[in-house]
Design a protein around this ligand. Structure first.
Ligand SMILES: O=C(O)CCC(=O)C(=O)O
Ligand SMILES: [Fe+2]
Length: 322
């Protein structure tokens, strides 16, 4: 448990401006020896703003994103076409479907647990869905390898993963967000714009011996984050949480009651504020793959520009008020 991680300067994780062979029976879904198909680390490669070469680099980048998407659209053959349409009863566990259909706050509260304030946990995906998405990701990596395509990273901190919209899953994920995540974030996180979520960035991340082991301490570029473990078999990989902070207090140490480590379970989702500081401990063996949705509210962002000084949701501001 890296308590000392709270002493490190925290990173703010940004969406990459990407805008953008599996074996179903036995054996790992993601081939452990898959050659590297992910982008190189490109931290600090951005030229200074205002420099003429920065405009050139930007237009090169936009061009390569366009080509990347075009190449996927024209040549990627999905393995599970049924993943591209949201089939609620086929994908989601009955308890979640019932709670959302009931349309009451009590119904939703019955299926969640909140082991530490602001961490909402509930069962979400059926094992069949997790398996299909893992296989689709494996298939996508295989295609990238065969076509010599470099998979674009999902965010600035992490390169082992893929953006779900790039695979063609934006409609399915959009429906999931609107019908399931929005009702929940409306109940649990209205004070950070959880009730006005209007866009999302969805992606897959992968950890294991041949990829990354852990994810550094950070906050997300989101108002509310949904994080669902898809599998497979692994040890470690706990999500560590260290309190919610506004910009001013981002690096203020955690109190004991803000420290919580959550052991990830396939099919189970966690929902938390984007400003809830967190990271992932080392996946010490096996492979772990998670699906993330960074949910955003343009209204909340607009209003935050004239932000009141002490938002109620920041652990330090709340302490200072009392
Ligand atoms: O690996 C995890 O479970 C955490 C991922 C995460 O925090 C993120 O991608 O923002
Ligand atoms: Fe995160």
């Amino acid at each position: 448990m890296p308590l000392n991680s709270t002493n490190k300067k925290i990173k703010i994780e940004y969406e990459e401006e990407n805008a953008s062979s599996s074996n179903p029976r036995g054996g790992p879904v993601i081939p452990p020896m898959m050659p590297n198909v992910f982008e190189d680390n490109k931290d600090d490669v951005k030229p200074p703003v205002g420099n003429s070469s920065s405009a050139d680099a930007e237009s090169e980048r936009v061009k390569s994103i366009r080509e990347y998407k075009q190449r996927i659209r024209s040549s990627y053959q999905p393995m599970h076409r049924e993943l591209f349409e949201m089939n609620f009863t086929g994908f989601l566990v009955p308890s979640l479907l019932e709670a959302i259909n009931e349309s009451t706050e009590n119904g939703v509260r019955r299926i969640i647990s909140e082991p530490t304030p602001g961490l909402i946990i509930f069962d979400m995906f059926k094992p069949e869905f997790c398996q299909m998405l893992l296989e689709e990701f494996g298939n996508f990596k295989k295609w990238a390898w065969e076509t010599k395509t470099i998979i674009m990273r999902p965010n600035t901190m992490y390169r082992y993963g893929a953006v779900l919209a790039d695979l063609g899953m934006e409609t399915m994920i959009g429906k999931l967000m609107k019908d399931f995540i929005l009702p929940m974030s409306t109940i649990f996180f209205p004070e950070v714009g959880g009730d006005t979520i209007d866009s999302y960035h969805g992606f897959i991340v992968e950890y294991g011996a041949d990829t990354a082991h852990h994810l550094d301490f950070h906050v997300d570029d989101s108002e509310v984050t949904l994080n669902v473990c898809l599998g497979e078999k692994f040890y470690g990989g706990e999500l560590f949480l260290r309190g919610v902070r506004c910009v001013k207090h981002l690096n203020v140490d955690s109190e004991l009651k803000e420290i919580f480590d959550y052991s990830q379970v396939p099919g189970r989702a966690v929902l938390h504020r984007g400003r809830h500081r967190h990271g992932a401990l080392s996946t010490t063996s096996g492979h772990r793959v998670n699906m993330l949705l960074w949910c955003k509210s343009s209204i909340f962002r607009e209003m935050s520009k004239e932000e009141q000084n002490s938002p109620s949701w920041c652990g330090v501001c709340r302490r200072e008020e009392n």
